[in-house]
Design a protein around this ligand. Structure first.
Ligand SMILES: Cc1ncc(COP(=O)(O)O)c(C=O)c1O
Length: 440
């Protein structure tokens, strides 16, 4: 937000404080009394706030927007479905299988699938199915990964307060109050790309490890990525131990490649979770994978339960069908990658001009920026980057009309509509914002 006073936004926040804790519908939308954003419209790759400032948006609702806001192709399909068919009935429609077929065409790792309404719900479904299939309890997670807001996944490595000189490992802490200690009992965390740590965990808990759950490209940690060797190690150790490999592709699915990270690495998961880009902003999610594992979902006595009132509703599935058809039949992702690469190049010119060491992490469609001289290999390495400078730079970008999360753990998301951004303008704004960040 700009440093000029935002009268309309301030009034909305004041009123919202009387209705919602922190004055927002989701705690992460609260950016302080001066900077909390209230929007009045979105279109393409831009958002306009209630005080009529328009921003080019690289936050894209934390990733779901892959084509652009209010994409007429997707919106028309949704309007048609809800006008001519309906929203929900509590029964199946032919659209369920149509959407799964589209996913299977793009993602050979999917043999059978089920739907959900959010990434969190998809992860819950995948983890429960993995436990049901293996008859084991423990889930190995990776430091810096994020898997949604349910108690068991709301434990994190406290890298922010970690003293790497005196502590060997960051403390594992809950996201806040209300999360019982017992929910941590079956979760073990390891640093990304540390094969010795993975071996140690399997040596200690092996016969109770149901699954490894990983974002191979950490969309919640500056796109810090698994190496090819580590991905292969995950596959091999899961196979030899009778554990499952779950890839959380909530952010990467249908974004980093048509077939997600599994296409990039050519390593298949047993189960995968999807959300975000699958519906270009409509609330749709899914999990799926090996047919023998997914078929554990049944009403048998030892079967896994899955369902939900809003599961596979027509709004979600018509959006998914339209989005997946576009991603499958057009070169939208090629465009996104090209624009993402061009933007990294112009940012690199700006950083170099100011003598700032920098590295990009992750793919062109969702890249992270790290002020350091080596690409971080895991969350602990992120601590060594100059994230304070990044935050200053980001806050100035926001002032100057470029929206993003002012935290280098959130990548820059690119959508198809970003092809219309004037890159000469963007480079000037980036230069101005860095000069302001450095007090020049
Ligand atoms: C990798 C990953 N998994 C799960 C989730 C949870 O998704 P949702 O917010 O839709 O519940 C997120 C959300 O950002 C995510 O990035």
């Amino acid at each position: 937000m700009t440093d000029t006073h935002k009268a309309a936004s301030a009034a909305m926040l004041k009123q919202a404080h009387t209705h919602m804790p922190m004055g927002v519908a989701d705690s992460y939308r609260y950016w302080g009394e001066e900077n909390t954003v209230f929007l009045k419209s979105m279109k393409g790759c831009t958002i306009t706030d209630c005080d009529d400032q328009t921003f080019v948006d690289f936050r894209l609702a934390y990733g779901p927007i892959i084509l652009g806001y209010r994409d007429t192709r997707v919106d028309a399909a949704v309007i048609d479905a809800i006008t001519n068919v309906g929203t929900i009935s509590g029964f199946s429609t032919g659209l369920d299988s149509e959407v799964v077929s589209l996913v299977k065409k793009l993602c050979p790792n999917i043999e059978k699938m089920r739907f959900a309404n959010s990434g969190t719900e998809a992860v819950i479904g995948a983890v429960r199915t993995a436990r049901g299939f293996t008859g084991r309890n423990k889930i190995v997670v990776v430091e810096g990964g994020f898997h949604g807001l349910y108690d068991e996944m709301m434990w994190k490595s406290d890298v922010d307060n970690w003293n790497c000189d005196t502590q060997s490992a960051p403390e594992i802490i809950p996201f806040g109050a209300g999360i019982p200690e017992s929910t941590r009992e079956h979760q073990v965390s390891v640093p990304l790309n540390d094969i010795a740590a993975l071996d140690a965990v399997f040596a200690q808990y092996g016969n109770d490890i149901a699954a490894i759950l990983i974002e191979p490209i950490m969309g919640n940690c500056g796109s810090i990525s698994s190496t090819q060797e580590y991905m292969q190690k995950l596959r091999d150790i899961s196979d030899s131990n009778g554990s499952l490999l779950i890839m959380d592709e909530v952010k990467t699915g249908f974004r980093v490649a048509k077939g997600g990270v599994q296409e990039l690495y050519d390593v298949k998961a047993d189960l995968t979770t999807y959300a975000k880009a699958i519906g270009n902003g409509y609330p749709v999610a899914a999990f799926g994978g090996r047919a023998d594992v997914m078929d554990k979902i049944s009403f048998e006595k030892d079967g896994v339960t899955h369902g939900g009132t809003y599961t596979a509703n027509m709004i979600a599935l018509s959006a998914a069908k339209a989005t997946l058809t576009i991603l499958s039949e057009t070169d939208a992702l090629v465009t996104i990658n090209r624009v993402g690469a061009d933007i990294q190049q112009l940012l690199s010119r700006v950083f170099t001009k100011f003598g700032i060491e920098h590295r990009f992490a992750g793919p062109d469609s969702m890249f992270g920026i790290h002020f350091c001289n080596e690409v971080p290999l895991n969350y602990r390495d992120w601590k060594k980057t100059n994230s304070d400078l990044y935050t200053e730079f980001a806050l100035n970008l926001i002032k100057n009309g470029v929206m993003l999360e002012p935290d280098s753990r959130e990548p820059w998301f690119i959508c198809e509509a970003h092809q219309n951004v004037d890159l000469v303008w963007l480079e000037k704004i980036a230069e101005l914002s860095m000069a302001q960040a450095l007090g020049q």
